[in-house]
Write a protein of this length. Structure first.
Ligand code: PGA
Length: 255
């Protein structure tokens, strides 16, 4: 089964529009032409315009870090998928930082996923357990709950248009990476079976599932070389062009 390999940079709340444009330009100008994967940059909403300009004409795609589920309305401070659709191909949904700090729950993740798909955006749905859950042996229960919540009421046809990022919360921004085997096991033994239970084995084996959590150039090839890991959602290391390009190069471990 060949799945899309996707390396996405999640710039989080970093970079002014101008700085983001400069970083995107640096990445694009050094990007190899024979890419073994898709590359997506996800700046904050205020930098979508400058990054969009910087990547124009290249193979690099644009993603947002969040969206609302409604197309428009009285939701001060929010951005709708209809507003992102003109710029972005991807949108990150349900990132653990949104779950932790902004009250994101399975139900809102589910509404956002459906709305993103309606507007032609590919949702990158984040799932993953925190340290306490991991230590309590709850990893399978948590990732299954995140998958069941995100995909509730979604047809198989729509499910096939989604991407998942498995991000163990204890590995995000901490420098601690899940071992390649640990990450591959959670994806292969828990996440794909949860998808198979909702749909079937073909759907479960067709969905791109990235790993995220302290991915860097030095560990990318090992992680991406694992059979169940189809790319990376990269935070800190995506803020440096050289590191990010090193991760993109690691995707050739797949081919
Ligand atoms: P990190 O972040 O690479 O800095 O650990 C990953 C993420 O939060 O998507």
């Amino acid at each position: 089964m060949t799945r899309k390999i996707i390396i996405a940079g999640n710039w989080k709340m970093h970079k002014t529009p101008q700085e983001a444009g400069v970083l995107a330009q640096a990445i694009v100008s050094a990007m190899p032409t024979n890419l073994a994967c898709e590359v997506v940059l996800c700046p904050s909403h205020t930098a979508l315009a400058t990054v969009s300009t910087a990547i124009a004409g290249s193979a690099v795609q644009l993603g947002a870090q969040n969206c609302h589920w409604e197309a428009q309305g009285a939701f001060t401070g929010e951005t709708s998928p209809a507003m992102l659709a003109g710029w972005c191909q991807y949108v990150i949904i349900g990132h653990s930082e949104r779950r932790q700090f902004f009250g994101e729950i399975n139900e809102t993740v589910n509404r956002k996923v459906k709305s993103a798909l309606k507007y032609g955006l590919t949702p990158i749905i984040c799932v993953g357990e925190n340290l306490a859950e991991n230590e309590a042996g709850l990893t399978q229960a948590v990732v299954s709950d995140h998958v069941n919540g995100a995909y509730a009421g979604l047809s198989a046809e729509d499910a096939l248009k989604t991407v998942i990022a498995y991000e163990p919360v204890w590995a995000i921004g901490t420098g601690k990476t899940a071992t390649a085997q640990q990450a591959d096991d959670v994806i292969g033994l828990y996440i794909r079976p949860a998808l198979a239970a909702l749909y079937d084995e073909v759907v479960a084996q067709s969905i791109t599932i990235q790993y995220g959590g302290s991915v860097k150039a030095s560990n990318a090839a090992e992680l991406l070389g694992m059979p169940n890991i189809d790319g990376a959602l990269v935070g800190g290391a995506s803020l440096q062009a050289g590191e990010f390009l090193g991760i993109v190069a690691g995707a050739s471990a797949k081919s």
